[in-house]
Design a protein around this ligand. Structure first.
Ligand code: OGA
Ligand code: NI
Length: 183
């Protein structure tokens, strides 16, 4: 987070402070073998709604990222983590850092396991971009929201996919205009 802050011309401590007392999530994925792997996906194409993902996949492999119009397999490197940007970090940087589209495929032979740590802000902390990242050339892209609201949206209303942040922004704006109608 320190390096990401520096890369954006912000103070090294900017995101460190933002994520202090975070409500992060750890997920253990278990993908059983499948007789028809071409007909299924372990995890469909999505961007992580969270902020930063640190993933450990086992030696089986199966993680793929979408870049340059194609899916690329991410090889298992012993002892290495895969780190990717999620939607909340994209919103925090006003779209300067893009969340990464990825999926996981299964195979006929072997169980696959992965371990994902999702860094998330504190549930009620407002997610708003740093002032310096909103400019005339790069105007505000997403409304203010809380991680609690995005978490609820992806758990109750919408299955995370490649358009989560856009769909969520629309939902937040609709909720706000509905609330204004209630005296
Ligand atoms: C996830 C995810 C990929 C994997 O848990 O969000 O994308 O390789 N997992 O298990
Ligand atoms: Ni993911």
């Amino acid at each position: 987070m320190g390096l990401l802050g520096i890369s954006l011309g912000l103070d090294q401590a900017y995101f460190k402070d933002f994520f202090e007392q975070n409500d992060s999530i750890l997920r253990l994925n278990h993908y059983p073998p499948c007789q028809k792997p071409e007909l299924t996906l372990g995890t469909g194409p999505h961007t992580d709604p969270t902020s930063l993902t640190i993933l450990h996949q086992d030696q089986v492999g199966g993680l793929q990222v979408f870049a340059d119009e194609k899916w690329h397999s991410v090889a298992h490197i012993p002892g290495a983590f895969v780190v990717n940007i999620g939607d909340t970090f994209m919103a925090l940087t006003n779209g300067i850092y893009k969340s990464c589209l990825h999926r996981a495929v299964v195979n006929t032979e072997t169980v696959r396991k992965s371990l994902a740590f999702f860094l998330c802000p504190k549930l009620e902390r407002p997610v708003t971009p740093a002032a310096g990242l909103v400019t005339a050339e790069n105007p505000r892209k997403y409304p203010d929201f809380t991680w609690a609201a995005l978490l609820k949206f992806t758990q109750n209303h919408y299955r995370a996919d490649m358009k989560t942040l856009v769909a969520f922004s629309k939902w937040v704006q609709e909720q706000e205009s509905n609330n204004k109608l209630i005296p």
